[in-house]
Structures are given as structure tokens and as C-alpha cells.
Design a protein around this ligand. Structure first.
Ligand SMILES: Cc1cc2nc3c(=O)[nH]c(=O)nc-3n(C[C@H](O)[C@H](O)[C@H](O)COP(=O)(O)OP(=O)(O)OC[C@H]3O[C@@H](n4cnc5c(N)ncnc54)[C@H](O)[C@@H]3O)c2cc1C
Length: 379
């Protein structure tokens, strides 16, 4: 029976919940706003299916990608609406145009993030763009299994741990399933997001949210809220929610500080990412509107890449260690993490960011660190 003794040993994928034959596991929010499984002991038959499907209790071998490409979507509108070079939409289109199904993360009407299933290109915009909050998987692993058993072609996208969770849940390989993940910094707390929205904006007035708005360019991206009567846009490094996530690493899930799925261990077919140092590597791809890194991890991933139409060039795999540390390294847990959460209990997100993120000294040190990481120096 699944029992979470240490929070670092649960990534929140929910494979256990969906695999339980008695439906006696449910996910509940902890104090930080992350979901963890709880077992109804009275109903549990101790079959251990939950532990068998837990990706954190299995060992995963690293896989070296077959090829790495820089790629950009030639449709400028789609690229601008995407976080990086807009390649996710190209892969999704392949499936949707051939009667396939695509799974990915979307906002609901309350601005919470969930995994959903789509069958038509008309709904692809819902999945487009990064939502920097842990997405709730809900019953989508079961739905994928159902689609696969009916012979449908499925593309499932998500964080590396969500992909590993799906593969553990299915417990067998399907030719008709393709998986796509991204290089992941870590997933921020849905609870902090909820609190941030409540404290800063009237939810019912929000029309759209972009975490990767390119108004000031792809590199200096902003978070943008389109409201009923105005646009609220703030550079990512000036926004409290974003800063606590990307600069301070304070709001990410405990398991992300020691991620088990780095270095291709999720076994996804394709991994996508921001190609941050593109200016140095292939300057002809750098127009500050977004460039994607595409890692084809398997021959299935390679075949899919051959089918999409985009501007691309092959790049030496070793460049990945230079341009994107998160491929192989988890971020370090900050020493003040506990103090931060304690403070956040009685204070607003903005106030907590001012106290824990915005000191001049800390800001200077962090700016140097981010700058060094940005130009490819391994710290
Ligand atoms: C939490 C998080 C952390 C990330 N960290 C990094 C990083 O450190 N380095 C890096 O290079 N790239 C990172 N990315 C990926 C990057 O932001 C882009 O999403 C990626 O490069 C794809 O961009 P795109 O332009 O091809 O497509 P887009 O249209 O921007 O990609 C959308 C895809 O992301 C998925 N997605 C969006 N939000 C979530 C979510 N909350 N949970 C699961 N899946 C989601 C959608 O299902 C879809 O598959 C991260 C993304 C997320 C969501």
C-alpha cells in the first residue's frame, strides 16, 4: 500500500490513484498546495498495485537522444502564442489531423491547470503554452489506456514525471502511443498560484493568461493577464509568482529538488525545451521570437520529427549541457525554503517575494547567477 513517508518520494502523478482496483486512494492538498495520495485503509485489499505503478519506486535508465535539433514553427502566430519555438503544436497537429488524440495541460474556467484530452485541432490552443503550475492528471492515464485499447493513435504530453507515471501505469508498450515531455525546472505549487490570483486579480475578469508572453521578446518574457478592460503585463523577473519559481526555486514541489527523471529517464519519445543559447550556436535561428530544442529520444520520436514541417537544423547533443542545465540537473533546495513557507502562511505572495526574493544583495547575486546560467556557464 502506498504510504508517503517523505514528500520528496512522491511526484504527484496519481498513477496509484488510477490503478487502484478498489478506488480507495484519493489525492489531497498538503499545506503547500501540492497533491499527495491517501489510502482508505478500510477498503484497501493490500494488493500492492499502487506501489507497483509508482514511478518513484521503479528505477529508470538514462537514455541518450538519437538526435538533437533546433526547430521553429514557420507559422509566426502559433510560434508567438507558444513558449519556445512552437514545435509542440506541430507534433499535436500530426495526430489530430489523422484521427488521433492528444493529451496535455490546459486551464479550466477557474484558472486551475488540469490534463485534458482533445480530438480536434479546434481545441489545440488550450494546450498551447507553458502553464507554470503542477497540472492535475486526474483520470487521463485511464483514458489513454482506453484510447489505446480502441486502436487510437495517442500523443501524451507532460512533465517527465507525468510521462514516467503514465508508462508505469500502462505497464506495457503500445506502438500507437507517443510521449512528449520537456526539460523541466520543477513544478510550482497550485496552492501558491491560487493564493497569488486571489490576492492580485479578480478571477472573473480574466480572459486569458500567458506565462510566456513575448511582447518584450522571447528571452525577456513576461507574464500577461488579459483582463476584461485592460492588459496586465509584468516581466517574469519582476513578478512575485514567477520570481519565486524561476529565480528562487522556493515554490516547487519537494520531489523536484532530486528529480528521478532527468537525463532522458522518463523514456519519452521526444523531449522539447527552450533553446536558450541559440544565438551562440546557430545565430540564424535567433530572432528573439522563440526557438525550440527537440530531442528525439527513440526511433518513434525520430519518425515523428521527420513528418513535421518546420525550419530546423541538427545540433551536436553535447550542446544541451551548455544551454540547458535542467536537462541533467535538479535545482538546489534553498536553505530558507522552510522559513519561506512558514512566512507565506500568514502573508501574501507579494510580501513573501519581497522578503525572500527581493533583497538588493540577494537580487544582485541571483541576477549574476541567472546571467551566468543564461550564457551557458555551468554552476
Ligand atoms: C513547469 C514547467 C517547467 C519548465 N521548465 C523548463 C526548463 O527548465 N527549461 C526549458 O527549456 N523548458 C522548460 N519548460 C518547457 C518550456 O516552457 C516549453 O513548454 C517547451 O519548450 C515547449 O514549448 P513549445 O513552444 O514547443 O510549445 P508550447 O505550446 O509552449 O508547449 C505546450 C506544451 O507544454 C505542456 N504543458 C504546459 N503546461 C504544463 C504543465 N503545467 N504541466 C505539464 N505539461 C504542461 C502542454 O501540454 C503542451 O504539451 C517547462 C515547462 C513547464 C510547464
Amino acid at each position: 500500500m502506498i504510504s508517503i513517508q517523505e514528500k520528496t518520494r512522491c511526484c504527484g502523478c496519481g498513477a496509484c490513484v488510477q490503478a487502484c482496483p478498489r478506488n480507495c486512494i484519493s489525492l489531497k492538498d498538503d499545506q503547500e498546495g501540492f497533491l499527495y495520495p491517501f489510502v482508505n485503509q478500510d477498503e484497501c485489499i493490500k494488493c500492492k498495485v499502487c506501489t507497483k505503478v509508482c514511478p518513484m519506486q521503479n528505477t529508470w535508465s538514462p537514455q541518450k537522444p538519437l538526435k538533437l535539433f533546433v526547430a521553429v514553427n514557420s507559422n509566426d502566430n502559433i510560434r508567438l502564442a507558444s513558449s519556445s519555438g512552437g514545435v509542440f503544436s506541430l507534433f499535436a497537429d500530426l495526430f489530430l489531423k489523422e484521427n488521433g488524440v492528444v493529451y496535455g495541460a490546459a486551464f479550466d474556467s477557474n484558472w486551475e491547470v488540469h490534463h485534458i484530452r482533445i480530438e480536434s485541432p479546434e481545441y489545440l490552443h488550450l494546450l498551447r503554452g507553458s502553464k507554470y503550475i503542477q497540472s492535475k492528471i486526474e483520470n487521463t492515464y485511464k483514458d489513454v489506456e482506453c484510447d489505446l485499447k480502441k486502436g487510437r493513435q495517442v500523443l501524451f504530453s507532460g512533465t517527465p514525471c507525468q510521462i514516467a507515471g503514465l508508462q508505469s501505469f500502462l505497464r506495457k508498450k503500445y506502438d500507437s502511443l507517443a510521449t512528449l515531455d520537456f526539460i523541466c525546472h520543477g513544478v510550482p505549487s497550485p496552492g501558491v498560484w491560487r493564493k497569488y490570483l486571489k490576492e492580485n486579480l479578480k478571477k472573473s475578469d480574466i480572459k486569458s493568461i500567458s506565462f510566456r508572453d513575448k511582447f518584450y521578446g522571447w528571452k525577456l518574457f513576461s507574464i500577461c493577464f488579459e483582463m476584461k478592460n485592460k492588459i496586465f503585463r509584468e516581466r517574469a523577473l519582476r513578478n512575485a509568482f514567477m520570481r519565486l519559481f524561476i529565480l528562487d526555486n522556493l515554490t516547487i514541489r519537494p520531489s523536484c529538488y532530486n528529480c528521478s527523471f532527468k537525463n532522458g529517464k522518463s523514456n519519452s519519445d521526444i523531449t522539447i525545451a527552450d533553446f536558450w543559447s541559440i544565438k551562440k550556436i546557430k545565430p540564424e535561428f535567433d530572432d528573439n521570437r522563440g526557438a525550440s530544442a527537440v530531442l528525439c529520444n527513440t526511433s518513434k520520436g525520430m519518425d515523428l520529427f521527420k513528418k513535421i514541417t518546420c525550419m530546423y537544423e541538427q545540433v551536436d547533443f553535447d550542446k544541451i549541457r551548455v544551454f540547458n542545465n535542467s536537462y541533467s540537473q535538479s535545482v538546489t533546495e534553498p536553505a530558507n525554503r522552510e522559513a519561506f513557507w512558514e512566512y507565506l502562511r500568514n502573508n501574501s505572495v507579494n510580501k513573501a517575494a519581497l522578503k525572500f526574493s527581493y533583497t538588493m544583495k540577494g537580487r544582485f547575486k541571483r541576477s549574476i547567477r541567472v546571467f551566468l546560467e543564461f550564457i551557458g556557464v555551468k554552476l
